[in-house]
Design a protein around this ligand. Structure first.
Ligand code: GLU
Length: 518
């Protein structure tokens, strides 16, 4: 019988949900869905000082926004997006309690490491009993001094194993000195630890390179490497797909599984996301927090699609790169993840988002654009049906050119501004609205538009073309100044659509204003 696939995502709530982690979460999700498996969300929150409510929220809200629903983990069902937001200055623990997040759903809970401390302590006892771990009484200060001395001598600065074989009597003395011990893993000193990584293939580390890892600190809190193994083992995780930055931890973790007599999961280490300069993706390359992309008007479907293609390709038979979640689920294979780092290409993401925006039904797009227009002050919600109709027209003009929802503002704001508040780009003003020739064209056009019987695309086009012929100038000498006068800019949707949409009254007002000199 095939093993049931159980994968997990294990974020630490110590910073905003980064696109690199999102991509790893997505790969886990696609893998689980494609194999009829289970996707677990576990929160690694043992670093009490660094946990923040905003970080946890950004992960939960981000996964929900992308549609990456987890099967087991913190329970947010029944909470709206608004409910999920932390209160201003809310502490991490207050946030958990207020929303009862730690109740969790699934049979392997709790799903917050901070609530699993007794499980770690039990495992510590087991390892100590087996002799696979030992108490270490060295204080952090002593360890630091020794490390510095060794470094100064350019020696091996790893823990020297001085507490590895203490006699019970010596331990007693150290305890009586008031020392609170940490617990360290007794690493084998010889041999190799190897695994067949789904992405990197056969990978191995010499055990002699590993130091006796701290499993539990003297304050009783587990370390990452220990807690992750206990949790992955107890949660019956079969495949660990995670960022390559954790790879040096993997041999230590494998040795721990072995010491505990637990099955070792399959590992897949996903290469990191890079900026265009091939350095690790960071804020200096641009936005990296998932929700910033949402706030700029990227669609979740486009984010999922674009992130999935970073370092993975759908292989033969996929038509193009625009793939639905369903298609991704069907095609995803961790073995096809590229071994080298993937460049996070903002332009490609915008292109992808534009593709998705153009595919949207106009009314759906309008709904998504309204909050952006309202925030920019172009409209005030709620809209009357007349205003909604006009917003719909404006959005229809922009749909072809938008790369994100926020583009709607720049693309259409001229359409909403009252004539006396219309702003003009320098180029529009200097090139097209500051010379007599253009102003003469505009004055003439104004009169023709005033008496035009039907103000539609075709009639407008013949007026403009007729005018250019009669004045003996090229059509562009009419079109450019008119666009500049009506929209304040040198670019935008087709002029005749734009005029039709603005309507006669506003076209005349704007031509008058331009002719009066701006
Ligand atoms: N909490 C770890 C992190 O956020 C998880 C790493 C892992 O998946 O094992 O990096």
């Amino acid at each position: 019988m095939a093993t049931l696939v159980r994968v997990r995502m294990a974020p630490s709530p110590t910073g905003p949900f980064h696109v690199g982690s999102v991509r790893t979460a997505l790969f886990n999700y696609l893998f689980a869905r494609g194999r009829g498996g289970t996707f677990v969300l576990r929160i690694e929150d043992t670093d009490q000082a660094r946990n923040t409510a905003a970080s946890l929220w950004s992960t939960l809200a981000g996964l929900r926004w992308l549609g990456l629903e987890w099967d087991e983990g913190p329970s947010i069902r029944g909470l709206s997006d608004e409910d999920l937001q932390p209160l201003p200055n809310e502490s991490y623990n207050d946030y958990l309690t207020r929303l009862n997040l730690s109740a969790g759903s699934g049979e392997h809970g709790p799903y917050f490491q901070s609530q699993r401390l007794s499980l770690y302590s039990n495992a510590i006892e087991e390892l100590l009993d087996k002799g696979a771990a030992y108490h270490c009484y060295c204080s952090p200060e002593e360890l630091k001094t020794r490390r510095e001395e060794l470094e100064a001598r350019k020696g091996d600065s790893r823990y020297d194993g001085r507490c590895r074989d203490l006699t019970p009597e010596r331990e007693q003395v150290l305890r009586e000195e008031g020392r609170r011990p940490a617990v360290r893993f007794r690493m084998p000193k010889e041999g190799v630890t190897a695994w067949d990584d789904l992405v990197r293939g056969q990978t191995e580390f010499q055990n002699s390179e590993l130091e006796d890892l701290v499993l539990q600190k003297s304050d009783g809190f587990p370390t990452y490497n220990f807690a992750v193994v206990i949790d992955d083992a107890l949660m019956e995780i079969t495949h660990v797909l995670r960022g390559e930055d954790g790879i040096s931890n993997t041999p230590k973790q494998i040795l721990l599984y072995q010491a505990l007599g637990k099955p070792v999961p399959v590992f897949a280490h996903v290469p990191l996301l890079l900026g265009k300069d091939r350095s690790k993706l960071s804020k200096r390359h641009g936005a990296t927090a998932l929700l910033d992309f949402r706030d700029k008007g990227f669609l979740p479907e486009a984010m999922v699609n674009a992130l999935s293609l970073l370092g993975w390709s759908p292989g033969e038979g996929a038509e193009g790169e625009v793939l639905s979640m369903e298609a991704l689920v069907q095609r995803f294979q961790p073995e096809a993840i590229n071994k080298s780092g993937a460049i996070f290409d903002y332009e490609k993401l915008e292109w992808m988002n534009g593709e998705y925006l153009r595919k949207l039904d106009l009314d759906e797009l309008v709904e998504l654009c309204l909050p952006f227009l309202a925030t920019a002050g172009c409209i005030t919600l709620p809209l009357s049906s007349e205003q909604r109709h006009r917003a719909r027209q404006a959005v229809s003009l922009a749909q072809e050119r938008m790369k994100s929802l926020s583009d709607v503002v720049q693309q259409t704001n001229f359409f909403f501004s009252p004539t006396d508040q219309l702003s003009y780009e320098d180029k529009a003003r200097d090139k097209w609205l500051s010379n007599q020739e253009s102003l003469k064209v505009l004055a003439d056009l104004r009169d023709r538009l005033a008496s035009l019987s039907s103000f539609d695309h075709n009639s407008l086009e013949s007026v403009v073309r007729g005018l250019s012929e009669e004045m003996g100038v090229s059509a562009s000498k009419v079109i450019h100044p008119t666009r500049a006068a009506l929209s304040g800019r040198t670019w935008g949707p087709g002029l005749f659509e734009l005029m039709e949409l603005l309507g006669r009254e506003r076209c005349l007002e704007r031509l008058d204003r331009a002719c009066a000199g701006i």
